[in-house]
Design a protein around this ligand. Sequence first.
Ligand code: ADP
Ligand code: ZN
Length: 621
Amino acid sequence: MGKKKFNFYWIYVILTAVLFGLYFTGKDEASQEEIDMGQLIEMLKDGEVGKITLVNKENAEIYLKDNPKTVKYTYRIGSLERFEETVEQVQKENGITNPIYITNVQRKSWGMDFLIGWLPLIVLVIIWVVIMRNMAGRGGGIGGGQIFNIGKSKAQLFDKDNVPVNVTFKDVAGLEEAKVEIMEIVDFLKNPEKYTKLGGKIPKGVLLVGPPGTGKTLLAKSVAGEANVPFFSISGSDFVEMFVGVGASRVRDLFNNAKQKSPCIIFIDEIDAIGRARGKNPMNGGNDERESTLNQLLTEMDGFGTNSGVIVLAATNRADILDKALMRAGRFDRQIYVELPDLIGRKEIFEVHMRNLKLGNDVDKDFLAKQTPGFSGADIANVCNEAALMAARKGKEVIEKQDFMDAIDRIIGGLEKKNKIITADEKKVIAFHEAGHATTSWLLQYAHPLVKVTIVPRGKSLGAAWYLPEERQITTKEQLYHEMIATMGGRAAEQVIFGKISTGALSDLEKVTKQAYAMVTYYGLDEVIGNLSYYDSTGQQDFSLTKPYSEKTAEIIDKQVSKLAEQAYQEAVSILSEHKDGLTQLANKLIEKEVIFGDDLEQIFGKRPWDAAKEENHEES
Ligand code: ADP
Ligand code: ZN
């Protein structure tokens, strides 16, 4: 460390010395007096001047007759022509018999030359050194910190000597299928002979595929924890740097380190950063640096024997955009899907994260799991932490149900902004808008049942409605259509009640537009386009350049999409016109209470007939 600093400061020293040198050599001999034009004219009149030399057309050096060897005076020239004219004229007017003429010389100052020639280089060297120092300093993983370590991998190593892995399967809730699949790897790492004896081959690479926050990293870490082997963790984006060849050399370095620690696990998060399909975009000619990094990764994976004890786990949320070469046999030939948790999964995740919390008696994990559809494991971990913080802020001894509810709301919608200023008129519009969503979704059989509606502004949005999505794998055309109508319900309510519409429906419209496009072009749900899907699961097509359909089809798609959206809107308007009274009651209740629940809707509109059979769950306020 000390040595490096010493080296670096030398550059400052040299630079300072150079600048000083330039400063002094730039100054010529002293004893020259700068004069003005008046003085020069006087001298010319008296015929004292022996010679005038113009240096670089900007400085006149004046020699006197009685001392023709040394420059006595200098004059800084403003306008060259005027100067020459004046010198000539003054001598003519005063009848000087043998007038002097101005001689011109080009004189180079070696100081300036040096500066112009070398300064850019010096600056470049300094910038380069600074960048290198920064880069080497970042990360600080294995061997980080030195200038020429840029090619070293930045993987974080967890092992017994450094930071031990303290995660095991009991910290991973749900994900039963994934755990079963990955169990085999743990077993292999523990007793490799058992497999090698029979000639079995263990996968070298396993790809964990799933949305962010679903526990992919956690799962990979737990494998290392269970098998009690070292764990190298790195993100795909850590490989790629702006210098050519760095990524590949980092991959090499990572695998070298891993082989020395074998048996061990390498975990590459966000592998799509390097593993995206090669040469897909013809416009930018591909990213060579990323490609060579990927190639190196493939080479390394092919290079080590199946049973060398290094297993690579990689995570991505988009397996479809990965290069097919990654998935070939002997590489990431096994894929494990890590999905968002279902009801039971969510309950188990709550259990894991509540282990260390002081809970009140009213906390019900089943209930919380029901209230958090679509939450990932990371969201739930966040809810638990947030609830603990809220309870602490209120000075409570234990965390109560209400704290969890508030935490859930907060995660969904951002912080309540009680003091955001909303005029009474605006509040009315928002209330009717949200009531419109609530009413339409209540009255449509296939729309999601409502959990709650609020007009307390949160984060960026002014109001919000919560629905309880049924956990379903296949969605029918009716369901999609009814959801579109409910989404249009906000704007439709504004139209029905106030006769005018506002900008408040931007995100609703965006959602509807995307939904409609998906229905027409992906799911084959449009009668004119028919049973075609332009979805590309291989990710090899780049639709921004070429479309897989003709211009004529494109026109039809646009027409059908706008027809679908318009139909949904008109449907919403007609439902709300018919139930204008109920809508108004609901909106007034919303203005009064700010938050309403399913029960309030039931009071106004009665039970949803098709819900009667199904068990329902509404939140008590
Ligand atoms: P990913 O790698 O899939 O983006 P992580 O593994 O980083 O997600 O998960 C982030 C955090 O969320 C974990 O540290 C953990 O606290 C929590 N978490 C996610 N899934 C689970 C799960 N199945 N069980 C317990 N905790 C989970
Ligand atoms: Zn809306």
